[in-house]
Design a protein. Sequence first.
Length: 77
Amino acid sequence: MTVNGRLCEAGITPDTAQVAAAWQAKVSEIFASATLPVPAAPSYFYLDARKGLHTEHLGILLAEMQFLPRAYPDATW
């Protein structure tokens, strides 16, 4: 069983699949009432962050965050 599954069984977190399904149903309902098509999710943006897959924007942020520790390895905060 996954960590999320164990947390859900313990009543600590909601079931993410149910939350996603409820969200999708509500969004679909709102778009239908506005007579708009629900846009398809861009596959390039929704990468699997839990497997370490991110967009290029995170790389820029990560490089910025790593500058001080790499430039000053003996620094303390």
